[in-house]
Design a protein around this ligand. Structure first.
Ligand SMILES: [Cu+2]
Length: 127
């Protein structure tokens, strides 16, 4: 292996392994405020561009709730009203629909308390 090829391999390794060292397009995450209230999230549909990073700030308007993005490994506890908010970060790595839901029993309508993160393809405006 030539020195140049070795160097290229090392650079590639560094690029691949550095966690969060190169945020997409170098932007800070867009902040999205979400309100949780029996038995819904508002807004219940959030559009994220492909590759875009968002910081979700979830505030409760009543009791404690949970916030889980299905399949994304995101799971936070939303404190009750007046006690601040929960923060969840999400990056729209690939286009699709990602369901989020309350995962802390909060009453009769708990199972219906959900919403969706819609990741649109780059350059396309989601409806
Ligand atoms: Cu709930």
């Amino acid at each position: 292996m030539s020195a140049r090829a070795l160097f290229a391999a090392i650079v590639l390794l560094l690029l691949v392994s550095a966690p969060g060292a190169a945020p997409t397009q170098g932007q800070t995450p867009r902040v999205v405020e979400i309100t949780a209230e029996r038995f819904e999230f508002w807004p219940s549909e959030i559009t994220v561009a492909e590759g875009e990073a968002v910081e979700l700030r979830i505030r409760s308007d009543d009791t404690m709730h949970g916030f889980r993005i299905v399949g994304a490994g995101t799971n936070v506890l939303v404190p009750k009203r007046g006690k601040g908010y929960a923060v969840a970060r999400f990056t729209g790595s690939r286009p699709g629909r990602y369901t989020f839901e309350c995962n802390r029993m909060c009453g009769a309508g708990h199972n219906f308390m959900r919403g969706v993160l819609v990741v649109g393809a780059a350059g396309a405006d989601a409806p």
